[in-house]
Design a protein around this ligand. Structure first.
Ligand SMILES: [Fe+2]
Length: 197
């Protein structure tokens, strides 16, 4: 999508968060949404500072419908968002993150869409890595151990390694560069008291 100029979601942050809670009960899903919100805000500051709020809400709401409507993932979200008065741009951006698994979804083109795709599975992998650490924190994790867990496909097998590789490719990064970028971002978010442990 064309992201030149300022993008509007049509929702205030509190309205977006209320929508998240209306369609999600699982604390893991809510936390995943909050982590993606923080990650997208973090990268927007660097790549598209004019649109931090838009990137943030894309992160917060990207899996809005996953818990209740997994068969219609992102299609249903687009409908819910339209009914809630959100801009079509918000639903469209969210639709792009399922593109390898849904032929009807638009491909990620904007940096915002490519970063959403890249961070979605990677944040899950990093989160899984923190849970098996003695500290239970990302703060003392090093890149070497993340790379090792990335290669160990039996670890957090639900985190799609191919999607992580594809996310790196979409952003003109090597997989190792993407792992480093994601780890550093999550460490900064944790240090700032954000939703990352
Ligand atoms: Fe997600």
């Amino acid at each position: 999508m064309d992201t030149s100029g300022t993008l509007e979601t049509g929702l205030r942050r509190d309205e977006a968060y209320a929508l998240l809670l209306r369609f999600n009960e699982d604390p893991y899903h809510i936390k995943h949404a909050e982590i993606l919100e923080a990650l997208m805000a973090h990268f927007a500051e660097e790549y598209d500072p004019e649109n931090v709020e838009f990137w943030s809400q894309v992160g917060l709401l990207h899996d809005l419908d996953w818990e209740r409507f997994p068969e219609e993932h992102t299609v249903k979200a687009e409908e819910i968002l339209a009914e809630a008065g959100a801009s079509p741009e918000l639903g469209y951006a969210i639709r792009t993150h399922v593109f390898p698994h849904d032929d009807t979804a638009p491909k990620p083109v904007a940096k915002m869409e490519r970063m959403l795709f890249a961070m979605d599975e990677l944040s899950g992998l990093i989160n899984a890595c923190t849970l098996v650490r003695p500290s239970k924190s990302v703060r003392d994790m090093n890149l070497k151990s993340l790379k090792k867990k990335f290669k160990q496909r039996s670890f957090a097998a639900g985190c799609n390694r191919q999607d992580i590789e594809l996310g790196a490719y979409l952003n003109d990064l090597t997989t190792d560069e993407l792992l480093a970028l994601g780890l550093e971002a999550m460490q900064e978010i944790a240090a700032a008291g954000g939703p990352v442990d």
